[in-house]
Write a protein that binds this ligand. Structure first.
Ligand code: NAP
Length: 253
């Protein structure tokens, strides 16, 4: 039997690695291909889009996949919707592995916004130093607020660069510790942060550092994802896989 894991997250990599170690099932980890040099996934990997839900359903049939797991990032709403549609179209056992969002601990200064335009409005008109803790493809709208000084951190360089006069780029791959992020925020005199509520440990450093330094966070709200069976941890996903594999085996799939 074969499991397809839609990945691009720490959890997907961990889940794929743990399932590979079983030795009794085939595992394929799928990446969108957004980063030029993805880290070693520790599992057989394919790269690139499928061509929507229809293409994904076709792939599932062609590759004889028995189980589908959507372990993509909580802001990757299109692939999650496609996965739910393809699972329902093919009738495959399907699980979404979804991280819990970070919680505001009371003293945190967070403001939730719907999109980049609202984030720009929340930054205000007065010049300030802003850390854009967003993906490479999400920073372009901030050219509409060229008065601010930006710090942008991404895995691959931002290309084309932001058309604003004051911007510093840092290329780095997480995880990021609180101590390192505190140093970064202090070094660049950051006054506001725009971020996503990704959840998990790897990018929590900036959230903890913002708390310590009293820096306000403008948080892009999570997109609405399909209402499907889900697990919140790799352990829970593994337990679900055990059950799904046993059921599939007993049906002779
Ligand atoms: P998205 O907007 O939901 O998806 C756009 C298209 O990219 C999909 O329709 C699909 O193309 C392709 N795609 C996405 N994930 C894929 C996967 N794992 N395998 C194969 N094709 C995939 O996705 P996104 O927000 O750009 O995220 C892309 C990838 O980066 C995901 O794997 C996600 O887990 C990871 N990631 C995203 C974020 C984020 O903030 N969005 C952060 C960290 C990591 P087709 O329609 O052609 O199949």
């Amino acid at each position: 039997m074969k499991i397809l894991i839609l990945g691009g997250t720490t959890e997907a990599r961990e889940l794929a690695g743990r399932l590979c170690k079983r030795g009794d099932i085939g595992v394929i980890l799928s990446l969108a291909g957004r980063t030029a040099r993805p880290r070693d996934q520790g599992a057989p990997t394919r790269v690139g889009g499928f061509g929507g839900a229809v293409g994904l359903a076709r792939y599932l049939r062609q590759e004889n996949i028995s189980i589908l797991i959507d372990a993509t990032h909580p802001y990757a709403a299109t692939i999650s919707a496609n996965a739910a549609d393809a699972a329902s179209e093919t009738g495959l056992p399907f699980l979404a592995l979804r991280r819990a969002p970070w919680e505001n601990l009371g003293g945190d200064d967070w403001r939730e916004v719907e999109n980049a335009a609202e984030a720009i409005a929340a930054l205000g008109v007065a010049r300030c130093c802003v850390f854009l803790a967003l993906g490479r493809q999400e920073v372009a709208p901030f050219t509409n607020a060229p008065q601010h000084t930006y710090l942008v951190r991404s895995v691959d360089p931002i290309d084309p660069p932001l058309a604003v006069p004051n911007v510093t780029y840092v290329t780095a791959r997480g995880p990021f510790s609180e101590a390192d992020d505190r140093e970064l925020l202090e070094q660049h005199r950051i006054e506001k942060i725009v971020a996503k509520n990704s959840g998990g440990d790897a990018s929590y450093g900036k959230i903890a550092a913002a708390r310590t330094l009293g820096i306000p966070l403008i948080m892009l709200r999570r997109p609405v994802l399909p209402d499907v069976h889900s697990a919140a941890s790799v352990e829970d996903a593994l337990a679900w896989c055990d059950h799904a594999l046993t059921t599939a085996a007993s049906r002779g799939v």
